[in-house]
Design a protein around this ligand. Structure first.
Ligand code: 13P
Ligand code: SF4
Length: 301
């Protein structure tokens, strides 16, 4: 622990704050967090937080979800310009136009979206909850927004549903080509390929396991002497490399990095305690509408 980390640990106690961090965050940030998790776990942890404040080390939609699920708390996003490019591929008007076109469909909205888009959707999902959420819906037709790759993966798992896809994706995961995945497998033929469902379907088709960041970590942890190619952002690779010294952990590609997730610094976290960051605020209609969609997701899990 360095001096700044010790200072943050003392401040979070003194100010009654919960620090949450996503698995893609730099390790020095994860090390000062009370809990590290995937999007689903972080949303649930924020919902049940009893502390006065929540510092969400991640990207904006994660901090917004924390505020929506626990509106009485003061919620900070330490790196205020950390967004998710996938969330910015869709606006409420796009959802409303699709709803008109497919009036029978239920709108399932990936949490990697703005509060305004969640507010006009029927239910949210994360990568770890998407299959359960879609299966739980009585509608045969599902409008899945905004991630076409996760949507296509769920459609394959649930052939009874007609899944209508929106043309959005994560540039980081969708940026992995079939050739890169094949090259990684050729370089490490003994290793199992574990991929996030935000990857393209041809990459997902090569995988030994497909799941959320938490699912990928759990799979590798079950075999601490195993060999794994990690098909998601390198934060997950870094956690496993540090935690499992006897295993062989390979990044699918060296630059598998989400620049927004890597924006958070310890200085940013300190800034939240020192009044140098603006707490998350959302219009009441977005808070209320998005809460319904997020709470439905949590209720079916
Ligand atoms: P998880 O919910 O699997 O942690 O994914 C979040 C994310 O942003 C993936 O790119
Ligand atoms: Fe968004 Fe992709 Fe970064 Fe996840 S990895 S936060 S989906 S841009």
């Amino acid at each position: 622990m360095n001096e700044l980390q010790k200072k943050i640990l003392a401040l979070k106690k003194e100010r009654d704050c919960l620090i949450l961090a996503h698995y893609y965050q730099p390790l020095e940030i994860q090390d000062v967090a009370d809990a590290v998790g995937d999007s689903f776990a972080l949303a649930k942890r924020a919902q049940s937080a009893s502390q006065r404040g929540i510092i969400m080390c991640g990207v904006r939609f994660m901090a917004e979800s924390a505020k929506i699920l626990n509106p009485g708390k003061t919620v900070w996003l330490p790196a205020e310009d950390a967004g998710c490019p996938m969330a910015d591929t869709i606006v409420p008007a796009d959802v409303l136009a699709l709803k008109k076109q497919y009036p029978e469909a239920a709108v399932v909205c990936y949490v990697n979206s703005t509060a305004a888009v969640k507010a006009v959707s029927d239910v949210c999902c994360t990568s770890s909850s998407a299959e359960t959420v879609v299966r739980s819906l009585p509608n045969r037709q599902i409008l899945f927004v905004p991630d076409k790759n996760l949507g296509a993966y769920i459609a394959k798992q649930l052939p009874d549903k007609e899944v209508i896809l929106y043309d959005g994706c994560c540039p980081i995961h969708d940026g992995v080509s079939l050739q890169q995945a094949e090259a990684a497998k050729r370089a490490h033929p003994e290793a199992k390929l574990l991929v996030h469902p935000e990857c393209r379907k041809e990459v997902v088709a090569l995988a030994d396991y497909v799941g959320s960041t938490a699912g990928i970590l759990e799979t590798a942890r079950k075999d601490p002497a195993g060999s794994f190619i990690i098909g998601t952002e390198n934060g997950v690779t870094d956690i496993l490399a540090r935690e499992l010294p006897l295993s062989h952990i390979y990044a699918l590609k060296p630059d598998f990095i989400c620049p927004d997730m890597k924006k958070t610094t310890l200085e940013d976290v300190l800034a939240c305690f020192e009044g140098r960051r603006t707490p998350i605020e959302l219009p009441q209609a977005e808070l209320d509408g998005a809460r319904k969609s997020l709470e439905r997701m949590i209720a079916v899990q």
